[in-house]
Design a protein around this ligand. Sequence first.
Ligand code: GLN
Length: 305
Amino acid sequence: MKELLDGLVEKNKALIKYGQVANYIPLLGNADPKDLGVCIIDNLGSIYSSGIYNKKFTIQSISKVIALMLAIMDKGEEEVFKKVGMEPTDEPFNSLYKLDIPYGDKPANPMINAGAIVTTSLINGNGEEKLNRLLEFLRKITGNDTINYNEEVYLSEKTTGNKNRAIAYLLKNKGLIEEKVEDILDIYFKQCSIEMDCQDIAKIGIFLANKGRVLNTGEKLLDNKTNSTIIAIMTTSGMYDFSGEYAVRVGIPSKSGVSGGILASVPNRLGIGVYGPALDQYGNSIAGYGILKDLSEELNLSIFT
Ligand code: GLN
């Protein structure tokens, strides 16, 4: 496995030159586009890593998966999906115009920014309590008590995140969030700025692969139904408006973030964390996608085969 990963990291470095690091959040622009790493954990707990796998990065949209878990645990599926849809969309992750058309009653799904701001709002607790619950949950899943958010990246996004501000005002106008716009954005920006490395991400992957059971402690944190809902939403919407092609070519439930991370979960088998900050036009790690595509072919990981 280790040789396979080393080979795939080397091979897919060739894709980096076709991608670009996100810089609409200024601090993300400091990432090194040449970085590429991967970590895989199997359901016996064996860990295989290659490349730049232990560098911390902010998880950005990967946090949307965790927010959805907590929102469903706190409010139940019915309540959650009254306010956010479960349909894939061909709109980019930060699109807002459908929120302002007469029949655009709610965001398409919880994996685009608009939907995620709603799910964050549905997590129980006031302000910082929501964030602390997110952090505690992640620490439990990964067994890593040091997980926290990066203050500088948070401030960088808070200063420049006017598109998300516009989205949140439209959500507020539609009665989809109860908090003040700035208060809920504060939590959303902080959750996006939570830092992890590939191994932490792979731990979330194996947690989902094992139906919501923490690998090391055996603790069951998600019921089976919620776990399959999360896996289904990741499969249909986790890679934004590339989710359809990704399902065909990779076929692994996954979630990406604009800092270049990808969380992937092969049901009953593997958790995978990938990092490569050079992104494609959809905002997905270009070489990270390459690694997952090759891995899926090599190890026959597609859930559709
Ligand atoms: N914090 C980012 C934003 O809201 C997350 C987007 C992403 O990772 N695709 O724009």
